[in-house]
Design a binder for this molecule. Structure first.
Ligand SMILES: O=P(O)(O)OC[C@H]1O[C@H](O[C@H]2O[C@H](CO)[C@@H](O)[C@H](O)[C@H]2O)[C@H](O)[C@@H](O)[C@@H]1O
Length: 366
C-alpha cells in the first residue's frame, strides 16, 4: 500500500527570524530549512532560572509550584489552596523571567505579593491579574496529540473539537499557537483545510516552516519518490507495510504487521547508508529524511519569531520525534507535556490521550 504526498509546490521563503529582524539570513538557507534559527538567537527569551523538573508531581488548576508552574501541586512547595502559601513564600526563589514586551518583564515572584527573600532579584510586586499562562505560547504536535493514531497515515481526521480548541487558544494567546509535525506542511494543509491562515506550522520534522502563509523549506527532490517506488517493489502488496511518500522524506510503516519491524529497519538502514539520510524512528514507523533539522530546531525557529519572542513555550507531543522539542522548550524555560507513556520520562507533565490534550489546551485558553 502506498500513500503519496504530492501537493508540494515552491513558495516564497520568509526570513526565519521575523519581520523585525535586521539580520539577513543566508538565502541558501532556504534549502537548509529552519536550522539557521541560531542566527536569530538575539530574539530568544532570557531565562534566569530553569523550569521545574520535579517528577511525580500532581497537578491542579490554579495552584503554583515554587518554580512558577501554575498547576504544580507537589506538597510542601507553596501550593496550598488557591496557589498561595505565605509560610513558604519567604523561602521561594524567584522564577523565570521573560524579558520581552510583557508588562511582567521583570523577574516574577510566585507567592503572596510583596517582598521576595533569598532571591538575587529585586523586590517586586506581583500584578494581581498575573496568570502564568497569559504569556505562553502553545506548540503542539499533530499525530497522536491532536488526532488519534489510525492504521494508515491518511485515515486520520481533524475533529471539530480540535479546530475549536486551537482557534480559542490562538485568540487567548495572541496568535502564539503553532503546529510542529513530522508530516509535511502540504500533508497538514490537506488534512486540515482552512486551518487558520495565521497559524504557524513547522512540518517535515523541522525542515519546513510556514509563517504568514509562506513556506520555507528544502529544495524539492525526486529522491523520495524514487525510494517510495523501490520500497513498494521490495515489500510488495500484502506484507502489511505501508509506504508513505512525503515531500521531504519517506515513511515505512509496519503498524499493520509488527512482525515486519526488523525487515523495515534493515531496508531503511541500507537506504540511509546509501543516500546519507537520517533515520527517524516513530510510532510503528521508520522514516528516512535529510540530516539536519529536527523538531528542536523548529521550536527554536518559532520562538525566534516576533509574535512568539519573549513568551514561555508549552509543547505537547507524544512521540520520539518530539523529544528534541521537549528539550528545546525546557532550555527556553518552558514546559513539556507528553501524551501517553512513550516520552513521559522527558517531559514535565503527562496527559493521557487526545481528549486530555484538548482539555489541557482548554485550560490554557480559559
Ligand atoms: O510529528 P507528528 O505530527 O506526530 O507526525 C509523526 C508521523 O505521524 C504519522 O504517522 C503516525 O500516525 C499514523 C496515523 O495515525 C500512523 O498510521 C503511523 O503508524 C504513525 O507513525 C505520519 O504518517 C508521519 O508522516 C509523521 O511523520
Amino acid at each position: 500500500m502506498r500513500h503519496r504526498d504530492r501537493h508540494y509546490h515552491a513558495r516564497r521563503t520568509p526570513p526565519a527570524g521575523g519581520a523585525a529582524c535586521g539580520r539577513r539570513r543566508d538565502q541558501a538557507g532556504g534549502a537548509r530549512s529552519v536550522a539557521g534559527a541560531a542566527e536569530h538567537a538575539h530574539h530568544l527569551p532570557q531565562v534566569l532560572y530553569p523550569s521545574c523538573r520535579a517528577r511525580g508531581v500532581r497537578y491542579r488548576p490554579g495552584t503554583l509550584c515554587r518554580h512558577g508552574h501554575r498547576r504544580c501541586r507537589k506538597r510542601g512547595v507553596g501550593a496550598a489552596a488557591g496557589g498561595r502559601n505565605p509560610r513558604k513564600t519567604g523561602n521561594q526563589p524567584a522564577v523565570e523571567a521573560w524579558l520581552g514586551d510583557t508588562p511582567y518583564q521583570r523577574t516574577i515572584a510566585i507567592g503572596s505579593p510583596g517582598r521576595v527573600h533569598n532571591s538575587p532579584a529585586q523586590t517586586i510586586t506581583i500584578d494581581p491579574v498575573f496568570r502564568a499562562e497569559q504569556r505562553s505560547a502553545l506548540l503542539v504536535d499533530f499525530d497522536g496529540t491532536l488526532v488519534d493514531i489510525r492504521s494508515t497515515p491518511d485515515a486520520v481526521e481533524v475533529s471539530r473539537a480540535v479546530i475549536d480548541a486551537i482557534a480559542r487558544a490562538s485568540r487567548r494567546l495572541g496568535g502564539r499557537v503553532a503546529i510542529v509535525s513530522g508530516r509535511s506542511i502540504a500533508q497538514l494543509e490537506a488534512l486540515w483545510p482552512g486551518a487558520m491562515p495565521e497559524m504557524v506550522m513547522a512540518g517535515s520534522h523541522g525542515q519546513e516552516l510556514k509563517v504568514e502563509g509562506a513556506v520555507q523549506g528544502p529544495v524539492h527532490t525526486d529522491l523520495f519518490a524514487q525510494m517510495a517506488e523501490a520500497a513498494s517493489r521490495h515489500f510488495g502488496n500484502g506484507a502489511g507495510v505501508v509506504i508513505e511518500e512525503k515531500t521531504f522524506g519517506l515513511g515505512v510503516h509496519y503498524r499493520q504487521n509488527p512482525a515486519q519491524r526488523d525487515a523495515v529497519q534493515a531496508w531503511v538502514t541500507d537506504r540511509a547508508r546509501e543516500q546519507g539520510l537520517f533515520i527517524q524512528q516513530g510510532d510503528m514507523v521508520f522514516e528516512l529524511r535529510p540530516r539536519g533539522a529536527d523538531k528542536g530546531d523548529a521550536v527554536r525557529a518559532i520562538m525566534a519569531l516576533d509574535r512568539f519572542s519573549g513568551s514561555r513555550p508549552v509543547y505537547i507531543g507524544d512521540d520520539l520525534t518530539d523529544i528534541p522539542a521537549f528539550q528545546a522548550v525546557q532550555a527556553l524555560g518552558g514546559h513539556a507535556i507528553s501524551v501517553g507513556e512513550r516520552t513521559a520520562a522527558h517531559s514535565d507533565e503527562q496527559v493521557g490521550d487526545v481528549g486530555a490534550v484538548l482539555r489541557r489546551i482548554g485550560e490554557m485558553a480559559a
